[in-house]
Unconditional design. Structure first.
Length: 135
């Protein structure tokens, strides 16, 4: 049996106060109870890349669990720059490409996206990116 996938709520990154271009940024969102899955919608051109003078960057998406007052990492990826010293890495596309499941988070009240090291706006064009939350 297939069930139509309707998220509990969808959050537009920029409409909730997120920046379009950044290295690390977090936003507060209305509480969402009992979340076990996060996806990104297919619209928009949200990307990340490593700039020419960096070899790699560790990227994460974290959700704030208000019930335990801490950030929980739900997605992580190391993006390598094959063009190190010559140019930027190829773009990693986020729109439609994130679909992660994780242990239940009781009360999600924030989203944080990080890059370490940041390379002067590792993330670009996040205006249209939408995060979908499921239980």
């Amino acid at each position: 049996t297939t069930q139509e996938e309707t998220p509990l709520i969808s959050i537009n990154w920029v409409l909730e106060g997120g920046q379009a271009n950044f290295d690390t940024y977090d936003i507060e969102i209305p509480p969402i109870s009992n979340v076990t899955r996060l996806t990104t919608s297919k619209c928009g051109n949200a990307t990340a890349h490593v700039h020419s003078d960096y070899e790699s960057s560790d990227l994460t998406i974290e959700l704030y669990d208000n019930s335990i007052s801490q950030w929980v990492t739900v997605w992580e990826y190391t993006l390598y720059n094959q063009n190190y010293d010559l140019g930027d890495s190829p773009d990693l596309y986020f729109a439609g490409n994130i679909d992660v499941t994780f242990a239940n988070i009781t009360s999600v009240t924030g989203i944080r996206v990080t890059s370490d090291p940041g390379s002067g706006d590792s993330y670009h064009d996040w205006e249209g990116l939408v995060f979908n939350f499921f239980n």
